[in-house]
Design a protein around this ligand. Structure first.
Ligand SMILES: [Zn+2]
Length: 424
C-alpha cells in the first residue's frame, strides 16, 4: 500500500462547507491526517504530490450507472449486442468512468445478467481498472413493461428480465442474487419511449413490487426502481424500495411519501438523457420536435418542479443521467453536475455533494466514503481549478490532475502540470 502526501491543497471535503488549505496524508488506503496548518505534516516515506493550491476533493460517485450500456440509440439495441462484445464494451466503460474521476459506481441496472458482476469482480481483484462497484441486476420487468422488447411470433433479445406474478418475480430476484448482483432493479412504471407502457402507466403490481423487495431483503441486497408515474413512486415508497429513479410525475401525495421516507431512500432524476435527447439527439435521429413529441420537454419541466420541491424537503438525490446511450456517451457522466444546477436549480455545492457524499451513502459506505475526512477511504481527485466556480470542468479528463482510488495513485500528472505552469 502506498503512502502519499498531498501538499498545499485546497480541500473541498464534501460536507458543503467552503474549501480550506491543508496538507493531507494517505496511508494504507485511508486518509489518515488532514493538517490545516501547512508544513506541519511529516511526509516521511511518502510519495509527495505538490498540489499548488489545486482543489482536492472526494472521487465522484455515479449514482445511476449502466456500465454495460454503450452507444445505444434505441433501448432494443442493448439486446442486440453478442455477449463477447458486450463484455469487452463493459470492460472499456469501467475504465472510462475511472478515467473521468468516477471512483465509485452504483449500478442502476445491467443489460445482461452477469456483465456488471464479472466486471466488479475483476476490478476488486485488481485485474481491471474501474470504479468500486455495486453491481446491478438486469431490469426486472413485467410483460409489456419497459425492457420487454419481444413481439408475438418474432424473436428479440432484450435488456430486461421479464417476470410476471409473485412466483416469477421471486425466481428472477433470487436468480440475480445467486449470480452475485448487489442491487436489484425493477421497472414499476413504463417509459415514454416504450411502445406498450408509457411513462404515465404503473404496470408492476403492488404484490410484485412487494415480493421483489422482500426477496432482495432476504439476500441482503439493495433495490432500485424505474418510476415515472406518480402511482409508481407511491408504490415504490410503500413497498420499501431503496433508490427511486425519475419521479418527475410525483404529485403532492407522492412528494409527501418521498419526504416521509427521506432517511432511508434516495431519488435520481437521470436528467442527462432527457437533456441529451432534447438538444443533442439530432445526429442519432432524434430531432428536437420528435423529442418534444416523446415527452422530453414535459419531463424536463416536471423534473425541475419536482426536484426543487424534493431538495427543499431534504430528499437525497443522486447524479447519473442514463449515460451509455448515443446521445449520452460514457465518460460525459459528470455533465449531470451542471445539469443539476442549470436544469434543476441546485447550487454547485449541492450538486457536488449529490455526486460525492450522498454517493458514498448510497454505496452503503456513508461513514467511510464520499468525503475528505480522516479515517475515510482515500478516493480523491486533484482538480486543476475550482469546480464550484465551473462545474463543467469536471467533465474534462485534462482537469483531473490526480485520480486516487483506495489510496492508490491511478493517475498522477501533478509533476507535468507544475512544469507547464513554470513554463507559462
Ligand atoms: Zn437508467
Amino acid at each position: 500500500m502506498t503512502r502519499v502526501m498531498f501538499r498545499n491543497a485546497m480541500i473541498w471535503d464534501g460536507t458543503g462547507t467552503d474549501a480550506f488549505p491543508a496538507d493531507l496524508l494517505v496511508d494504507n488506503g485511508r486518509i489518515v491526517t488532514i493538517a490545516r496548518t501547512p508544513g506541519q505534516l511529516s511526509g516521511d516515506g511518502a510519495t509527495t504530490v505538490e498540489c499548488r493550491g489545486m482543489t482536492l476533493m472526494p472521487g465522484l460517485v455515479e449514482g445511476h450507472a449502466h456500465i454495460s450500456f454503450g452507444g445505444a440509440i434505441k433501448d432494443s439495441d442493448l439486446g442486440l449486442i453478442p455477449p463477447e462484445e458486450h463484455l469487452l464494451l463493459t470492460m472499456r466503460n469501467a475504465k472510462t468512468l475511472l478515467d473521468h474521476g468516477f471512483t465509485s459506481a452504483y449500478s442502476a441496472a445491467t443489460s445482461k445478467l452477469r456483465l456488471d458482476i464479472v466486471i466488479r469482480n475483476e476490478i476488486n481483484a485488481g485485474r481491471l481498472p474501474g470504479p468500486r462497484m455495486r453491481a446491478g441486476s438486469p431490469e426486472i420487468t413485467v410483460t409489456g413493461g419497459l425492457g420487454d422488447e419481444r413481439q408475438q411470433h418474432m424473436y428479440h433479445e432484450s435488456f430486461g428480465m421479464i417476470a410476471d406474478g409473485v412466483e416469477e418475480i421471486t425466481k428472477a430476484v433470487r436468480l440475480c442474487c445467486r449470480e452475485g448482483a448487489d442491487n436489484i432493479k425493477i421497472n414499476i412504471s413504463g417509459d415514454d419511449l416504450s411502445p406498450a407502457a408509457h411513462g404515465g402507466l404503473t404496470v408492476m403490481s403492488e404484490a410484485e413490487v412487494m415480493t421483489a423487495v422482500s426477496v432482495a431483503r432476504d439476500f441482503g441486497k439493495k433495490i432500485n426502481c424505474h418510476a415515472r408515474a406518480a402511482g409508481s413512486v407511491k408504490r415504490a415508497v410503500k413497498c420499501g424500495v431503496d433508490v427511486i429513479y425519475h419521479c418527475e410525475s410525483a404529485d403532492e401525495e407522492a412528494l409527501d411519501a418521498l419526504e416521509s421516507a427521506k432517511d432511508r431512500i434516495f431519488v435520481g432524476p437521470a436528467i442527462g438523457i432527457i437533456y441529451g435527447t432534447l438538444y443533442e439527439g439530432e445526429p442519432f435521429g432524434f430531432t428536437h420536435e420528435m423529442a418534444v413529441k416523446f415527452g422530453m420537454q414535459r419531463i424536463l419541466d416536471d423534473s425541475r418542479k419536482v426536484y426543487t420541491e424534493l431538495r427543499k424537503r431534504g430528499v437525497r438525490a443522486l447524479i447519473g443521467g442514463d449515460y451509455g446511450f448515443a446521445q449520452t456517451p460514457q465518460g460525459t457522466n459528470a455533465r449531470d453536475l451542471k445539469h443539476f444546477v442549470d436544469l434543476l436549480g441546485y447550487s454547485p455545492s449541492e450538486a457536488l455533494q449529490c455526486g460525492t457524499r450522498l454517493g458514498g451513502q448510497v454505496m452503503g459506505l456513508g461513514d467511510e466514503l464520499g468525503m475528505v475526512k480522516e479515517g475515510f477511504i482515500a478516493d480523491l481527485l486533484l482538480v486543476n481549478g475550482d469546480p464550484l466556480k465551473d462545474l463543467d470542468m469536471m467533465v474534462h479528463e485534462k482537469n483531473l490532475v490526480v485520480i486516487m482510488k483506495d489510496g492508490e495513485l491511478y493517475k498522477d500528472q501533478s509533476a507535468s502540470v507544475a512544469a507547464q505552469r513554470q513554463a507559462a
